[in-house]
Write a protein that binds this ligand. Structure first.
Ligand SMILES: Cc1cc2nc3c(=O)[nH]c(=O)nc-3n(C[C@H](O)[C@H](O)[C@H](O)COP(=O)(O)O)c2cc1C
Length: 191
């Protein structure tokens, strides 16, 4: 049994988003396999924008931030879902990380290599309009790598795995079904 935290990073709260179906499939696969699952839906949080270095270093974050930190400490595996917006994670999700992965929780101000969240694994699942190989080949997948390396790996998550799902505007029913099955399998494996 693995404690899995799913981070639904879509800014649009409506249920008909592709990302939401992927989250539901991943959660269903994980729950069916006996894992313990929690979900944070970033669109439902009312987090303010982080504006100062002092706020980033403050040990007294807003209550919603503290609750998210508790969920991340609880989790052994973090599965992050988001659409690709302008080559990277949507601003709302980036803002979540700026608020939650602050000094004292995910980073040590004294030792940049302390990796306070080590012992945990992660996966990013990113949907996009362009074909997924194009994002890797022509754009270097830099936006996704920034989250994986400069945020997750730096905090101690390892390995950080990745699923890129592209061409979302033109997928067939068969591909859609395959993607959901893939998410159920990943959830069942807690990967
Ligand atoms: C504001 C915005 C920016 C986007 N930027 C990109 C982009 O840079 N590259 C890309 O391939 N698709 C881009 N897209 C397409 C989305 O990635 C795509 O619509 C989304 O992954 C579909 O999933 P959803 O139904 O969960 O929103 C963008 C869409 C929006 C609304």
């Amino acid at each position: 049994m693995t404690r899995i935290l799913i981070l639904d990073g879509h800014p649009d709260p409506r249920p008909e988003r592709l990302g939401r179906a992927l989250v539901a499939a991943y959660a269903a696969g994980a729950t069916k396999a006996g894992h313990d699952v929690r979900i944070i839906k970033v669109a439902d949080l009312g987090l303010p924008v982080l504006r100062t270095a002092e706020a980033f270093a403050s040990p007294h974050p807003p209550e919603e931030v503290r609750r998210a930190q508790d969920d991340i400490r609880w989790a052994q595996h973090l599965a992050i879902f988001h659409p690709l917006w302008l080559g990277a994670a949507p601003a709302l999700l980036k803002g979540f990380f700026e608020q939650v992965f602050r000094y004292g929780f995910a980073l040590s101000p004294d030792n940049p290599l302390a990796r306070p969240l080590k012992g945990r694994t992660a996966r990013t699942v990113v949907t996009m309009g362009m074909p997924a190989p194009l994002y890797g080949l022509a754009f270097g997948a830099f936006g996704v790598k920034a989250l994986e390396r400069s945020v997750l790996a730096l905090a101690g998550f390892w390995p950080v795995r990745r699923t890129l799902l592209g061409g979302v505007g033109a997928i067939s029913t068969a591909t859609y079904g395959k993607w959901l099955a893939r998410m159920r399998a990943l959830g069942a494996d807690a990967r």
